[in-house]
Write a protein that binds this ligand. Structure first.
Ligand code: SF4
Length: 98
């Protein structure tokens, strides 16, 4: 026997789903209107590598394993903290569009 609480939860869930079903067809899209509106891309563009500098510890593993060789290590000495220890990072990863 289902409890009244479970039954109320089911009704509540269904109400939420129904509300979304009726709201979606009339609401504006929240993303880029692809494929109706295409964003221009340069010839040969296959993607963009982005490195977040404050997260990079300069280990170089990304540059070692990148199959397109799109990541290189560049000089960028900076004090960083890794697992509670302060160390000096000598290089950082730098990505570019491939
Ligand atoms: S060098 Fe590459 S793999 Fe290493 S921390 Fe920086 S971004 Fe990550």
């Amino acid at each position: 026997m289902r409890s009244i609480r479970k039954i109320l939860m089911d009704v509540s869930d269904r109400f939420i789903v129904l509300r979304e079903m009726f709201r979606n067809p009339v609401s504006k899209p929240v993303t880029i209107l692809y494929p109706d509106k295409k964003v221009p891309v340069p010839e040969g563009f296959r993607g963009r590598v982005e490195v977040i500098d404050e997260n990079c510890i300069g280990c170089g593993r990304c540059a070692q394993v990148c199959p397109a060789k799109a990541i290189t290590m560049v000089e960028s000495p900076r004090e960083i903290e890794v697992k509670g220890k302060k160390i000096t990072r000598k290089k950082k990863a730098a990505g570019f569009a491939v």
